[in-house]
Design a protein around this ligand. Structure first.
Ligand SMILES: [Zn+2]
Length: 125
């Protein structure tokens, strides 16, 4: 992994890939303060938790929560040296499948599973 290149990618490029649907906006809004230790962990690799490459949400439930069965983060460099881990009950591993990244440089995609967040984005009428 290359934390310096990854940090640059998140500062310059990753924001362009963040989806703007309600599910993703809710994720971006809630994830940092719900999972601060996870945010810190991703930051050590240069990744910004508020710029997911992909999220896989379920539907919000009647208690006002929503589960994301997975969310994915691009990391630049080689996956050698990366070890799967669990933080705050969330598993971080390498994604088996993910959308095309358009990146020419060596990279891999982390998958974070799963997180439970408050559903605080109001649907537009
Ligand atoms: Zn989305």
């Amino acid at each position: 992994m290359d934390a310096r290149k990854t940090k640059h990618y998140y500062e310059v490029t990753a924001g362009d890939y963040v989806c703007t649907c309600d599910y993703c906006r809710n994720y971006v809004k809630e994830i940092s303060h719900s999972y601060p230790a996870l945010a810190e962990y991703l930051e050590t690799m240069g990744a910004d938790i508020e710029k997911p490459f992909e999220t896989m949400p379920l539907e919000p439930d009647e208690t006002g929560h929503i589960t994301y069965i997975g969310s994915q983060y691009v990391v630049l460099g080689s996956p050698s040296g990366f070890e799967e881990t669990d933080i705050s009950g969330v598993h971080i591993g390498i994604a088996d499948s993910h959308p095309m990244t358009d990146l020419q440089e060596e990279h891999f995609v982390l998958e974070v599973s799963e997180v439970d967040l408050k559903w605080t984005i109001r649907q537009d009428t």
